[in-house]
Design a binder for this molecule. Sequence first.
Ligand code: G3H
Ligand code: 13P
Ligand code: ZN
Length: 349
Amino acid sequence: MPLVSTRQLLDEAAKGGYGVGAFNVNNMEQIQAIMEAAKETNSPVIIQASRGARAYAQDKYLYHLMLAAAELYPEIPLAMHLDHGNSYETCVSAIELGFTSVMMDGSLQPDGKTPATFEENVAVTKKVVDYAHPRGIAVEGEIGVLGGVEDGHGAGGTGLEHLTDPDQAVEFAERTGVDSLAVAIGTSHGAYKFTKKPDGSVLKMELVVAIHKRLPKTHLVMHGSSSVPQDLQDIVNKYGGKLKQTWGVPVEEIQLGIRNGVRKVNVDTDSRLAITGAIRKVFVEQPEKFDPRDYLKPARAAMQKVVALRMTQFGQAGHAGDYKAISIADMAKGYKDGTLSTKPEVAKK
Ligand code: G3H
Ligand code: 13P
Ligand code: ZN
């Protein structure tokens, strides 16, 4: 299948009542791990790259690896998404390269740290939508700000400082015409999300429920949604790592979100932990090894395992064959003739 729009994947997920994992990548092994997991579980999938990933791998390498993935797995609906675009220019450069959807994270200013005003967020997100939709490219916006700082990106804090306000979410969706909406519900990027298993005082799933009630047809996105499983933490630490004890977002909470309009679930940290644990294990148990394949193969397999598990838990498993690709040119027509609506259905309070 050619690279398809995230919008198509999320529309289908809404019809089927499931969520789609969006997994971050920086290199070939991570793309291979995700594609093998998608094949193993027969899942549609979103692969996403941050600005940091684009700088690390270089755009052209990433793009051609994604084309290879689409060619090698024609049965898998696959979208290539820009994660946390920080400006109009970043989004345009991703679209020009061939990304099939972009996130304009206007919740932060272009420095990726300072919270933006609501009006700034609306203005830049709408500008990206106006550029993207005529080209058939879907746009994710963010309202509210996540916690944590990952590789320089994020406002810091616990994630409770700038939670999404449901009324603002409605206004934001109406004024921007985004295809999907990331919400801030107390999660953070990275490994250190919660200091104990989260309850409703720190992980505000009731906000997802409230936003979904007001915007019943809008695809919601959960960022910072790694579960940071204990077994992966233990492997890293057993082989010389120094992770402090931490808790992520429990899978059952994500599943509650999926029952309430969450269609895209962002996961990066769990893959990082799986890879790091597997590499550390080889280094400790087989210190004589020096061929990168000796540690990258188990690293890739470990990432595949956690990604396949999440695909099953999010419900996308089994759905790869449900539909045929809509070309990006046809997506553009759909936005133009209104078959792809960008006007949210709003329920009264
Ligand atoms: O948004 C956070 C993702 O985990 C990407 O992280 O900016 O370090 O590539 P990154
Ligand atoms: P995690 O750090 O929880 O994996 O979140 C990833 C993310 O939200 C990417 O946008
Ligand atoms: Zn994120």
